[in-house]
Design a protein around this ligand. Sequence first.
Ligand SMILES: Nc1ncnc2c1ncn2[C@@H]1O[C@H](COP(=O)(O)OP(=O)(O)OP(=O)(O)O)[C@@H](O)[C@H]1O
Ligand SMILES: Nc1ncnc2c1ncn2[C@@H]1O[C@H](COP(=O)(O)OP(=O)(O)OP(=O)(O)O)[C@@H](O)[C@H]1O
Ligand SMILES: [Mg+2]
Ligand SMILES: [Mg+2]
Lengths: 254, 254
Amino acid sequence: MHVIAVTNQKGGVGKTTTAINLSSGIALRGKKTLLIDIDPQGNATSGLGIDTRKLERTVYNVLLNPEQINDTILNTSIDNLYILPSNADLVGAEIELVTVEKREFRLKNAINHLMNFDYIIIDCPPSLGILTLNAIVASKSLLVPMQSEYYSLEGLSRLLKTIKMVKKELNPSIEIIGIVLTMYDSRNNLAKCVFEEIKNHFGEKLFNTIIPRNVKLSEAPSHGQPIFTFEPNSRGSISYQLFVNEFLERSKHY
Amino acid sequence: MHVIAVTNQKGGVGKTTTAINLSSGIALRGKKTLLIDIDPQGNATSGLGIDTRKLERTVYNVLLNPEQINDTILNTSIDNLYILPSNADLVGAEIELVTVEKREFRLKNAINHLMNFDYIIIDCPPSLGILTLNAIVASKSLLVPMQSEYYSLEGLSRLLKTIKMVKKELNPSIEIIGIVLTMYDSRNNLAKCVFEEIKNHFGEKLFNTIIPRNVKLSEAPSHGQPIFTFEPNSRGSISYQLFVNEFLERSKHY
Ligand SMILES: Nc1ncnc2c1ncn2[C@@H]1O[C@H](COP(=O)(O)OP(=O)(O)OP(=O)(O)O)[C@@H](O)[C@H]1O
Ligand SMILES: Nc1ncnc2c1ncn2[C@@H]1O[C@H](COP(=O)(O)OP(=O)(O)OP(=O)(O)O)[C@@H](O)[C@H]1O
Ligand SMILES: [Mg+2]
Ligand SMILES: [Mg+2]
């Protein structure tokens, strides 16, 4: 079972868009896939067409009672794709978990109760707090979406420091499977500079597939669908198809 | 003294870009202005050319010892603009503040020690945790930058709920001064739909000035400057100049 956290504390870099389209793409290739939404915004949940206000149970309940995970997972409109949903209740967990025993291992405990999933993808909030720590501790590898912009580049070194700390103290086997550039505008000089910078520092970690800015990707969530069923011939869909292929190839070695 | 928090828990909507350019624009009109960076990412700090790794003291120290605020404020390259800087140390505060007395009032206490600023602008992180709560409690009004996209619209109702709760329990005088649309692409149908939706629900709260997507705005922080000094004739600079005018006019009534 592959467990991958999609994380970057910089906001708006395409974590949710990548988590939804990666998990859907893997499911559409016949692998049983679980998408875990551990962001109180609940964007991965609503982006797949589930009403976050009507949920009886969410990942919040699971963090407090890990053994309940199998009763909290929902189907989605995509074959082979399941979701552990989230909503605003999760904001309470950040405070409540501070005083709980082994608070960083709650999600990992919960995942141990799961059976026969091939891939688990975790969509993280834009922070390095207790929820993201739970995701990193529960994962075997990390996928880092990034925009080709100054603040994103700045945030990367901070993220790498945190990952080093987690690797030393909480999860020795964690590795970065790769960095994927999103919302890339090839006419933009800054984007090219940042791209060169990342290629120099992180070479083989950078995925070859680059996701361009494509309005269909920002329209798909309002229809509750991944890009592959919303607009299959768009540049967004084609680039995420290539990314899923490249990702699956690379994940064989993790 | 006007105290305004720039907040939206949705990531990447232009909070920092708006906080830097609003505070600079106000300072360039001759008003003594303080920009408070309460985001552990420290983007407002580095976006004004200050190295976040070389700071001896930050807003983190001030939250633990509010009376030290005057010794922690730095000059910037802009006349009349000062900054209370931030860096990654602030991540520790989220855990440490949980057990502290009146934890939501630390920043408000600190601001009470300040003298003769005309405007204080607070750049918030993309979350509704203890740091954003401190900013909302310390403020008289809230400025909400928003992208014209589905997830941003979804997040707005959540933000309004939180503000209602804070108004009832922690800061009865807080008001939303307005919502400003950022990175707006007028060729994009989704953007037009979201714009209409916000106009219908929030009418007079929506600022008339709309900030277009403009690459110069994303280049300016890598030069440590606000848009007005980096590229004064760009669409980004012109639209933020208009926004500062509209904002100052409106803030007279708060
Ligand atoms: N390649 C793309 N082209 C155009 N728009 C995109 C693309 N990827 C994401 N978007 C849009 O950009 C915004 C930010 O993306 P998204 O919400 O996935 O980022 P995020 O990192 O999950 O944000 P947060 O930090 O708030 O969790 C969304 O409105 C999304 O629809
Ligand atoms: N009007 C604009 N046109 C083009 N790029 C912009 C514009 N406004 C902001 N940006 C860029 O978009 C990215 C997101 O903006 P910014 O960092 O200000 O958002 P934020 O809400 O502060 O993000 P976070 O949630 O991480 O704090 C940055 O790389 C910034 O340079
Ligand atoms: Mg997200
Ligand atoms: Mg910011």
